[in-house]
Design a protein around this ligand. Structure first.
Ligand SMILES: Cc1ncc(COP(=O)(O)O)c(C=O)c1O
Length: 492
């Protein structure tokens, strides 16, 4: 369906679209970009040798090992010029679409201006401006910002500040929650799978079931919990909380003197049809964490936003002023990318757009759910959507389904994800170790692109209705090889 790129590949490199290749060649005095283009055929071999062989294996097994060479807007293009509609955007990293030209221009302008950077005795106005831009879009009182490079670092900062501000040791988070993989945030993650082998983790961290107020109250009652950290919509399975949960959790936190931390690293900046998902429940948290989309799809940046009082308690003395800093935290490119992102979202009405296209997609998915028994549930807000699968009723299909479950939890969604990619040029991802497929299209996605996605999904679901469809065979083969692969000796 997304047959060919509307761009001509460069004749020399065959890797970069022609106008970009020309510009890259003019600027690339050290030959970095051109060497990368020339060595594109080695991409996976290099990655397997020097980076991450098991992840390369996974991509190969799923057929995702394409040689993607360029990306624009909602599309990623491979070396043959085939276009792939990206409905995953690196978990929302490219929320403004790939290679957003307006963000790129701002970044060029900042580099061109030869501003001061990396001098620790200096503050750039860009950092203050971005902090101002974020706080203006958050509930009143959240007016102190710490900039970090990754979401995990922002979570880690909140863990530290909450302990320092309250003098309490414990931190509570939710089962099935996700907050990053460095040691601090990992200690809050709600799936054991991520933690295996990495212990001992940070002491004092404890999980409660998402949506269960009684368990939360039981955990807070001793009044020694510094913070309750929660995603407003859990990203792993696109799980929404019960209607009253977050407001009541906030009340419990207030009652027991626990700080209330909302992790908006995935849900923030327009994703759910609001600037921040906390607006859906009129929350007034003590911390909001932002990341991913703030990068404009270019430069790592994340932020911990809290109250001035908490900030003061944690690091507000002359002696403590430098104990929580980060080399790249306020660098000019990150700050400029963040500022460009806020301005583009505002200028182009992307929050409202996300709400509108999100409704179109949700309605389309609900229609597919009515027509195909394999879809168990459709959920989400704005452009953060998920649909959960269940096995079809036929006996043979259920046997295949059980085999897939035995091979690997979370393998079943590949029945949809693989053919969407292979046959229709659509990128989606299984949400995690569950039966959910998560959709995070760019906020700039058009109505036409949303409709094409629904058509492609319709075609794939039609094929999956019977166990005889070719897709079942592909995923069954993966299941069998995964089960035999378990006995392979570990790489050293
Ligand atoms: C809700 C949430 N918090 C934190 C993180 C960690 O962010 P990063 O990968 O930038 O460290 C993620 C990443 O997926 C996330 O979804």
């Amino acid at each position: 369906m997304y047959a060919r790129a509307p761009i001509a590949m460069d004749v020399d490199s065959q890797r970069i679209p022609a106008p970009e290749a020309q510009r890259a060649r003019a600027l690339d005095s050290l030959g970095v970009v051109m060497e990368a283009a020339a060595r594109a055929d080695e991409t996976f071999e290099l990655a397997a040798r020097r980076l991450d062989p098991s992840l390369v294996d996974v991509l190969r097994i799923l057929g995702f090992d394409k040689d993607y060479v360029t990306a624009r807007g909602s599309y990623v293009y491979d070396g043959d010029g085939r276009a792939y509609l990206d409905f995953h955007t690196g978990e929302g990293f490219a929320s403004l679409g790939h290679n957003n030209p307006d963000v790129a221009e701002v970044l060029h302008a900042v580099l061109g201006a030869a501003l001061v950077d990396g001098v620790q005795i200096h503050y750039s106005p860009l950092a203050g401006m971005l902090a101002e831009g974020l706080t203006q879009r958050l509930p009143a009182g959240l007016d102190a910002v710490f900039f970090a490079s990754t979401g995990a670092e922002a979570v880690d900062s909140a863990m530290k500040f909450a302990r320092a501000a309250t003098g309490r040791p414990r931190l509570v988070s939710c089962v099935s929650g996700f907050h990053g993989v460095t040691l601090g945030p990992l200690s809050l993650v709600g799936d054991e799978f991520f933690k295996e082998g990495f212990g001992p983790l940070v002491p004092g961290c404890e999980l409660v079931p998402f949506g269960d107020l009684a368990s939360l109250e039981a955990a807070l009652r001793k009044k020694d919990v510094a913070a309750f950290i929660v995603e407003p919509i859990q990203g792993r399975a696109v799980a929404l909380p019960p209607a009253e949960y977050l407001r009541a959790a906030q009340d419990l936190c207030r009652r027991y003197g626990t700080l209330f931390v909302i992790d908006e690293i995935q849900t923030g900046l327009g994703r759910t049809g609001r600037w921040f998902a906390l607006e859906h429940w009129s929350l007034q948290p003590d911390f909001v964490l932002v990341g991913k989309a703030l990068s404009g799809g270019y430069v790592p940046v994340a932020a911990m936003v809290t109250t001035r009082a908490i900030h003061n308690e944690a690091v507000g003395t002359l002696e403590r002023s430098y104990v929580h800093q980060s080399t790249f935290g306020r660098n000019r490119l990150s700050m400029a990318a963040g500022l460009a992102t806020l301005r583009i979202i505002e200028r182009d009405g992307l929050v409202e757009h996300a709400e509108r296209i999100g409704t179109l997609l949700r309605d389309g998915l609900a229609d597919l759910q009515r027509r195909y028994e394999i879809i168990k549930e459709v959920r989400g807000k704005g452009l953060m959507l998920g649909f959960e699968l269940r096995p079809p009723k036929s006996r043979v299909a259920r046997v295949s389904w059980r085999l897939m479950q035995m091979a690997s939890e979370g393998l079943f969604p590949q029945l949809i994800v693989i053919p969407l990619h292979r046959d229709h040029g659509v990128i989606t991802m299984a949400a995690g170790k569950n039966n959910v497929i998560k959709l995070l299209p760019p906020l700039t996605v058009t109505e036409e692109e949303a409709r094409s996605f629904l058509q492609a999904l319709d075609a794939v679901l039609r094929d999956c209705e019977t166990d005889a469809g070719k897709n079942w065979g592909v995923v069954r083969d993966i299941a069998v090889s995964a089960m035999s692969g378990r006995h392979r000796p570990k790489r050293r």
